[in-house]
Design a protein around this ligand. Structure first.
Ligand SMILES: *[C@@H]1O[C@H](CO)[C@@H](O)[C@H](O)[C@H]1NC(C)=O
Ligand SMILES: *[C@@H]1O[C@H](CO)[C@@H](O)[C@H](O)[C@H]1NC(C)=O
Ligand SMILES: *[C@@H]1O[C@H](CO)[C@@H](O)[C@H](O)[C@H]1NC(C)=O
Ligand SMILES: *[C@@H]1O[C@H](CO)[C@@H](O)[C@H](O)[C@H]1NC(C)=O
Ligand SMILES: *[C@@H]1O[C@H](CO)[C@@H](O)[C@H](O)[C@H]1NC(C)=O
Ligand SMILES: *[C@@H]1O[C@H](CO)[C@@H](O)[C@H](O)[C@H]1NC(C)=O
Ligand SMILES: *[C@@H]1O[C@H](CO)[C@@H](O)[C@H](O)[C@H]1NC(C)=O
Ligand SMILES: *[C@@H]1O[C@H](CO)[C@@H](O)[C@H](O)[C@H]1NC(C)=O
Ligand SMILES: *[C@@H]1O[C@H](CO)[C@@H](O)[C@H](O)[C@H]1NC(C)=O
Ligand SMILES: CC(=O)N[C@H]1CO[C@H](CO)[C@@H](O)[C@@H]1O
Ligand SMILES: [Ca+2]
Ligand SMILES: [Ca+2]
Length: 565
């Protein structure tokens, strides 16, 4: 039994995967870099109102230059009633006063450029706020706005008016809301205050392309496109099939199979048209990161439509108790399914919609995902605070502000709320962790800020911050840029990621997926030199950088990760 298992592991291990070394294209500036997502409400408050803002971000851009990321992606900063904290937009081409104004944005981009940082904005095309002037005009049936949103009469059931179908909102309950004034239902795939835009209206299509132009004219280097898979819905408004026995509350959209509200083939055409719009504007190649939580084949189609589809495997497919085989399967699946040609892989470590990496995988694995994102080919995408191992913050029902949490009620909010991963950045151990001069912040500060903060990590030799800087530097090595990639399973629930290039010494990442120290002959398993040098380790592994190790008799500490060169 033992033997059989070992043999099958061995056979599995020798099926090596090569990702074709893609040529360096001068235009693809994002290749082999890290992108840094800022959640603006929580990064830095410059005026003491307890909410982060653009001037705060501008003040702190040196931090991004210091850690060496290529790009800052800002979650929405546009005019918004803040029902969904900026993902409900009332003017796509103006800044919300909470964050500042267009002059502040100009200063931000100017400073970013001087620090050689690219700026990427969130583009939220699926819906607007119900306070957007377009929605008002749509209610009044003023042309062409009458068709900017998805409207329906609904149906009569035994003389009672009902929504046209069973579609549900991502934030609980029906996706349809009755509008008395227009006498019709409108579709909202998220909050009631976020009516879905209608991409079957040519005038609306033009309007949204103009939004991209507006920001590119103001110097942005691309967009992250929110919820792109949701742009189109079935024109016949058919009911979605019900999934039996999900165990979810009846109001949860997870009870439906989303065959009529997601992933409609038309979305790729729209993305292509946006790619053309931004390419026609000049000023360097623009990145279009697409957010779609969907199957691998449908995700990969975004590449050929001009996008960089965000890879959510570390969020959707893997957890802190996943095994080496789980990681290998998912990573290979991505690399093997990327379309042929000059396409770049990417690895999302965390974001504002999911629990923090250090909390999803455990604090002793806080560096593991960033280390994978660094050694694997392509782009690493991290969420502000990942670089210092920030953890989820306990948020009580009373403190909950996220509509996804509030709509779920006091008993269930913690299953849905995204507040724990959105609390303010921990700069230092002063009032409000240096985030604000006020001690009243929009979300609570994590009580661990006295010990877990950037200033402290800068003063200690071993820190997540120090690890992350080494990872950014690693991306610049030719073997990381151009080398082949192999994921090799080893004994005792460990694996190695091996990057190789002829005539250059390999770079390997070893991860111990179990929580006990294990011994492994990494040299034999990975066909690597007997002796290698420690480039960096995860925090908690006490082997100093620069140590020469005989890796035929290596012991990897519990949950430890090491990069060797
Ligand atoms: C957005 O705001 C700008 C600046 O205030 C204004 O000129 C523009 O008309 C607004 N757009 C819409 C659609 O209301
Ligand atoms: C409509 O009313 C009839 C008669 O009261 C009832 O039998 C039927 O179940 C009702 N249908 C629905 C869909 O409620
Ligand atoms: C992740 O899970 C989704 C949903 O189960 C699946 O469709 C997809 O293929 C998985 N992706 C990877 C990379 O494992
Ligand atoms: C939450 O708020 C309610 C009503 O405002 C108050 O009665 C209760 O004590 C609060 N609970 C906590 C834990 O703060
Ligand atoms: C907030 O700061 C004020 C002024 O410094 C202080 O009086 C108050 O006790 C603080 N409140 C909390 C909850 O720390
Ligand atoms: C990677 O390969 C391409 C073409 O094969 C070459 O032009 C480029 O210089 C290489 N880059 C590095 C960093 O080795
Ligand atoms: C890693 O840790 C796990 C559990 O702590 C242990 O089972 C395994 O043997 C270790 N692996 C190595 C290579 O040390
Ligand atoms: C690890 O694997 C080796 C070889 O398969 C085995 O001898 C050893 O006992 C295992 N366990 C640990 C904790 O190293
Ligand atoms: C590594 O350790 C093995 C086993 O002790 C030994 O046979 C080998 O010579 C060592 N290699 C080097 C380079 O020291
Ligand atoms: C995963 C996800 O749903 N992300 C965003 C999708 O759009 C909604 C509404 O704009 C946001 O709330 C989410 O953050
Ligand atoms: Ca502020
Ligand atoms: Ca939609």
């Amino acid at each position: 039994m033992q033997r059989a298992l070992k043999l099958s592991l061995f056979l599995f291990a020798i099926v090596l995967v090569n990702s074709s070394p893609a040529a360096d294209v001068p235009g693809d500036w994002w290749r082999d870099t890290f992108i840094y997502q800022i959640y603006p409400r929580s990064f830095k408050d410059s005026n003491g109102d307890g909410i982060g803002d653009l001037n705060g971000i501008t003040d702190k851009l040196e931090h991004l230059a210091d850690i060496g990321v290529s790009t800052v992606w800002l979650s929405p900063i546009f005019v918004s009633p803040m029902v969904d904290f900026g993902y409900d937009i009332a003017n796509f081409t103006d800044i919300d006063p909470i964050f500042g104004n267009l002059k502040d944005f100009e200063r931000l981009t100017a400073k970013a450029k001087s620090l050689r940082l690219k700026v990427v904005l969130d583009f939220v095309p699926n819906h607007s706020s119900d306070k957007h002037p377009w929605f008002r005009k749509s209610i009044q049936r003023i042309k062409p706005y009458d068709e900017y949103y998805v409207w329906s009469d609904g149906k009569l059931v035994n003389g009672t008016r009902q929504p046209p179908n069973n579609w549900m909102s991502g934030f609980q309950g029906s996706a349809w809301e009755w509008n008395v004034e227009r006498g019709q239902y409108y579709l909202h795939q998220f909050a009631i205050g976020q009516p879905d835009l209608n991409y079957r209206s040519a005038a609306l299509m033009k309007e949204m392309a103009d939004v991209l132009t507006f920001w590119i004219d103001r110097g942005v280097d691309g967009f992250r496109i929110d919820a792109v898979a949701l742009l189109f819905e079935d024109a016949q408004l058919r009911d979605e099939p019900v999934i039996p026995n999900t165990g979810l509350p009846p109001t949860d959209s997870g009870n439906l199979e989303h065959i009529y509200t997601r992933d409609l083939p038309e979305v790729y055409g729209v993305l292509k048209s946006w790619r053309q719009s931004v390419d026609n504007l000049g000023g360097g190649k623009k990145i279009l990161l697409t957010e779609a939580y969907t199957t691998i084949p449908l995700t990969m189609k975004y590449y050929e439509a001009g996008g960089l589809p965000m890879n959510f495997m570390f969020i959707s497919n893997l957890t802190g108790s996943s095994k080496n085989t789980d990681f290998k399967k998912s990573i290979d699946l991505w690399l093997n399914n990327m379309p042929h040609g000059d396409y770049v892989a990417n690895w999302v470590v965390g974001n504002h919609d999911n629990h923090r990496a250090a909390s999803r995988f455990g604090v002793n694995r806080a560096d593991q995902l960033s280390m994978l994102a660094a050694v694997l080919p392509g782009v690493g995408i991290i969420y502000n605070g990942d670089e210092i191992g920030m953890e989820d913050t306990p948020v009580t029902w009373n403190q909950t502000v996220d509509p996804a949490g509030c709509n779920a009620g006091p008993d269930k909010y913690s299953q849905y709320s995204r507040d724990p991963e959105r609390t303010p950045y921990q700069w230092d151990d002063t009032i409000s962790a240096g985030f604000s001069t006020s001690n009243r912040t929009w979300l609570p500060i994590n009580p661990n800020y006295k010990s877990l903060n950037l200033r402290r990590q800068k003063m200690t030799g071993t820190s997540h911050y120090a690890v992350f800087k080494k990872l950014v530097a690693l991306k610049k090595l030719s073997v990381i840029k151009n080398g082949t990639t192999q994921i090799i399973l080893m004994e005792n629930n460990t694996f190695g990621v091996v990057r190789r290039l002829p005539d250059v010494s390999p770079v390997i990442l070893l991860i111990n997926f179990s929580d006990v120290s294990v011994g492994v002959d990494a040299s034999t398993w990975l066909n690597a030199p007997e002796e290698m040098t420690v480039y960096v380790t995860s925090v908690g592994v006490t082997i100093p950088i620069g140590t020469r190790l005989n890796i035929t008799v290596l012991r990897i500490p519990p949950a430890g990760s090491l990069i060797l060169v």
